[in-house]
Write a protein that binds this ligand. Structure first.
Ligand code: NAP
Ligand code: MG
Length: 489
C-alpha cells in the first residue's frame, strides 16, 4: 500500500515534504499574524519575515514583523484587559491556566514537531523535554493562582500590571511558558516577543490560548526581531520586563530601564563548570558530560560548557568521552535516533566556527567526532578542546554550541577557583561519590543552580537564575511568583 500523501503545501506553490511517519498531520500555515487583543491581526506596516528550517534551509512560513505601532497596540490591549483580569476571582484565573495546559498536552506531538522543524532540536528532546516541561509550568502555576497568600504569608499580594517579555531561540516554547504562566497566575497581563528564528510554537501557543477562551488582551504575542523586543521593553506603559537572552542585550536593556519604575528580571548567559572528581562513577560522569554540553546542540544557557576533571582520571575520562562522542548521531532533527540536531541559524553557526578557530589559535587542541553531517543545513560536530588555560576565550566566553573546553585540577580548592573564574554564574555540576564534597562544592560555586551527579535537570518548582553577569532575579518556583507581584506588608 502506498504511504499516505503528507505535504505541507503553500499557496505560492512551495511545498515542504517531510517524512510521513515523523510529521503526521502537522499543519504549518503559510503566514502567521500577530496575536493582539484575542485576534490574529496583520502588522500595521504589512511586513513579514521568513522563518526557516535550519536543517534544510527551507522556508517553513512567513511571520509578521511587528513595529513599534503594533507593540503599542498590544500594550494597549494588555492594559485594557488588566483591570478585569486582575480582579477576576483567583480560582477562575487558575482554571484558564489549567485549560491552556490541557490544550498544550493534547497538542503536544504537533508542538514538538514544529519546535524541531523551526529550531533544529532533536525530536527526542522537544517531545520528551521541552513540550512536557513547558506544559508542566502551566499546570504548576495554575495551582498557585488561588494560593498566593499562602505563598507569601503575612504579606498583601498584588499583580504588577502589564508584563513585557522577550525570549530567546534555544527553548522557544519552554521560555514562553516560563514567562507567561507565572505572570497570569499572579494576575498580570502579557506582551510576549518570541525570537526571530523560532516564532512558530509561540504562534501555536497563541492558538491554544485563544482556544482556551482566555479573555482578549490578557496574552498578546508580537513576533519580530531585536527592534520589536526593544519596543516592548522600553514601552512606557509596561510595568515589568522579563528578558531571557544574551548578556550583551541584557546590558542594553538594563541601561534603558535605569531610572524607570519598571521591575525587571534578566536571565542571561552562562559558562558552567562540570566538575568530575576521581572518586566519581566515571561512566555516569561521562554521560553527564555529554548531556551537559551536547543537549540541544549546546544552545543552553546553563550548559556544562567547561569540564574540570581531576588530574588522576583525566586521561581516562577524556578517552571515554571521545569514544562516546563517536557514537553520537548528528543529523535530521525529526529522526528519533538523532542525538545532535541542526545549529539554530547560519549566524549562530558562524559564531561557533569563529570560536573553533580562536580556540586553535590560542593553542588549544581541538578534537571533533568523525560523524557525517548532511550537505544542506547548519551543522557542527561535537567538539572538545584540551590544552586550554583559564584565560583562553573558549574557557571564558559563552560559545552556545556543542563545544566543550576541558581543564584539569588537582585539589578541591583549585576546582572551586577555576569554576568561579569567569564573568558568569548561572549553573554548575559536580560528580563524586562523597556527599560531604557535594555540599561543600554547592556552597563554594557561585551559581544559581548546581547539579550533583546529574546535569540539565529542570522542574517548574525549582528556581532558576544567575549571579554576576548571568542575570538579575529568579524565575521558576515560588521565587518566580515573587517576580510578578508587589509584596506589601
Ligand atoms: P539575544 O540575542 O540576546 O536575544 C534574545 C531576545 O531578545 C530575542 O528575542 C531578540 O530578538 C531580542 N532582542 C535583541 N535585541 C534586543 C534589544 N535591544 N532589546 C530587546 N530585545 C532584544 O539572545 P539569543 O541569541 O536569542 O539567545 C541566546 C542567549 O540567551 C544566550 O546568551 C543564553 O545564555 C541566553 N539564555 C539565558 C537563559 C537563562 O535563563 N539565563 C535561558 C536561555 C537562554 P531577535 O530574535 O531579533 O534576536
Ligand atoms: Mg526557524
Amino acid at each position: 500500500m502506498a504511504a499516505p500523501e503528507n505535504k505541507l503545501a503553500f499557496d505560492d506553490g512551495w511545498q515542504y515534504s517531510p517524512a510521513p511517519e515523523s510529521t503526521g498531520h502537522i499543519k504549518i500555515d503559510k503566514r502567521y499574524e500577530l496575536f493582539i487583543g484575542g485576534k490574529f491581526v496583520a502588522p500595521e506596516k504589512g511586513k513579514y519575515f521568513d522563518t526557516i528550517n535550519p536543517a534544510t534551509e527551507e522556508r517553513l512560513s512567513r511571520v509578521a514583523d511587528a513595529s513599534a505601532l503594533d507593540v503599542d497596540k498590544a500594550v494597549k490591549a494588555a492594559r485594557k484587559a488588566y483591570g478585569p483580569w486582575s480582579r477576576l476571582k483567583a480560582a477562575e484565573r487558575g482554571k484558564y491556566i489549567y485549560r491552556i495546559a490541557r490544550i498544550m498536552q493534547e497538542r503536544s506531538r504537533e508542538f514538538a514537531v514544529i519546535e524541531s522543524l523551526d529550531g533544529g532540536k532533536p525530536i527526542r528532546e522537544s517531545r520528551d523535554v521541552d513540550i512536557p516541561l513547558a506544559t508542566a509550568h502551566f499546570f504548576y502555576y495554575a495551582g498557585w493562582a488561588d494560593k498566593l497568600e499562602y505563598a507569601f504569608p503575612g504579606r498583601k499580594v498584588k499583580p504588577l500590571g502589564v508584563a513585557g517579555q522577550v525570549i530567546p531561540w534555544n527553548f522557544p516554547m519552554l521560555m514562553a511558558s516560563w514567562k507567561i504562566a507565572p505572570a497570569l497566575a499572579c494576575g498580570n497581563t502579557v506582551v510576549l516577543k518570541p525570537a526571530e528564528t523560532t516564532p512558530l510554537t509561540a504562534m501555536k501557543l497563541a492558538e491554544a490560548i485563544a482556544d482556551a477562551g482566555l479573555p482578549p488582551g490578557v496574552v498578546n504575542i508580537v513576533t519580530g526581531a531585536g527592534d520589536t523586543g526593544a519596543a516592548v521593553v522600553t514601552h512606557p506603559d509596561v510595568d515589568k520586563v522579563a528578558f531571557t537572552g544574551s548578556t550583551s542585550v541584557g546590558r542594553v536593556i538594563q541601561k534603558a530601564l535605569a531610572g524607570t519604575n519598571k521591575k525587571y528580571t534578566l536571565e542571561l548567559g552562562g559558562k558552567a563548570a562540570n566538575i568530575v572528581f576521581a572518586d566519581a562513577a566515571i561512566d555516569q560522569a561521562v554521560e553527564g558530560i555529554v548531556t551537559g554540553i551536547f543537549f540541544n546542540q549546546g544552545h543552553v544557557c546553563c550548559a556544562g560548557s567547561r569540564l574540570l576533571v581531576q588530574e588522576s582520571v583525566a586521561d581516562e575520562v577524556v578517552q571515554k568521552l571521545k569514544d562516546r562522542m563517536e557514537t553520537l548521531i548528528v543529523g535530521d532533527p525529526l529522526d528519533k535516533n538523532t542525538d545532535i540536531g541542526a545549529i539554530n541559524s547560519a549566524s549562530q553557526l558562524k559564531t561557533i566556527e569563529a570560536y573553533l578557530a580562536v580556540g586553535q589559535e590560542e593553542g588549544g587542541t581541538m578534537y571533533q567526532s568523525s560523524c557525517a553531517v548532511p550537505d544542506k543545513g547548519y551543522w557542527c560536530r561535537p567538539t572538545i578542546f584540551t590544552d586550554v588555560s583559564q584565560s583562553n576565550r573558549v574557557v571564558q566566553e559563552e560559545i552556545f554550541g556543542p563545544v566543550l573546553a576541558i581543564q584539569t585540577f588537582r585539589t578541591f580548592d583549585e576546582a572551586v577557583s577555576k569554576a568561579n573564574n569567569t564573568p558568569y554564574g548561572l549553573s554548575g555540576g559536580i560528580w563524586t561519590d562523597k556527599g560531604a564534597k557535594i555540599f561543600k562544592m554547592t556552597q563554594s560555586i557561585r551559581a544559581g543552580v548546581v547539579w550533583a551527579n546529574t546535569f540539565n535537570k529542570f522542574d517548574p518548582a525549582s528556581p532558576f537564575g544567575g549571579y554576576k553577569e548571568s542575570g538579575v532575579g529568579r524565575e521558576g518556583g515560588l521565587h518566580g511568583l515573587g517576580a510578578y507581584l508587589k509584596l506589601e506588608a
